[in-house]
Write a protein that binds this ligand. Structure first.
Ligand SMILES: [Zn+2]
Length: 150
């Protein structure tokens, strides 16, 4: 069993993934996060989150685990003005086309929650960030942030 928790250096709170098997939570600065997906060895179909059977081939044992690069471009986005208690609003949800060719929804971070802060086609990259916290824990999940083009 892998140790899934890591401590937040600022708050000292232990980080807990929002769900297991979605992403790799880095345990050090050198350790990079990645999304855990599955790719069909017969037709190349990629699923995130991973699924056990390819919906196209529909046979057993064709899906193998792959790690996604975490780089992509904004395909669409929306500002979320209200949310469940304990979550931050406003926030930005974005539809992201990953390098691997699949499109996923993700919470955005590192940008203002405004229509002007983001553009369709903007380069984004994966980070692991807080979605919620209690006294002792930070619940963390995958998020994407704009890549600052220098
Ligand atoms: Zn397939």
């Amino acid at each position: 069993m892998k140790n899934l928790s890591a401590n937040d250096s600022e708050s000292g709170k232990s980080k807990i993934p929002v769900a297991e098997g979605l992403f790799h939570l880095p345990s050090s600065a050198e350790d990079k996060p990645y999304l855990i997906a599955a790719k069909c060895t017969q037709c190349g179909y990629i699923s995130f989150p991973k699924i056990p059977v390819c919906p196209h081939c529909a046979v057993q044992d064709t899906m193998e685990e792959i790690h996604l690069s975490g780089r992509g471009k904004i395909d669409s986005f929306t500002i979320v003005w209200s949310t469940l208690p304990g979550f931050e609003a406003p926030s930005v949800q974005s539809l992201i086309k990953l390098e691997e060719g699949i499109t996923i929804w993700s919470l955005m971070t590192g940008c203002e929650a405004s229509e002007e802060a983001l553009e369709i086609g903007m380069d984004v990259e994966l980070v692991i960030g807080k979605v919620k916290e209690d006294q002792d824990h930070q619940i963390v999940s995958y998020q994407f942030k704009p890549v600052k083009n220098v």
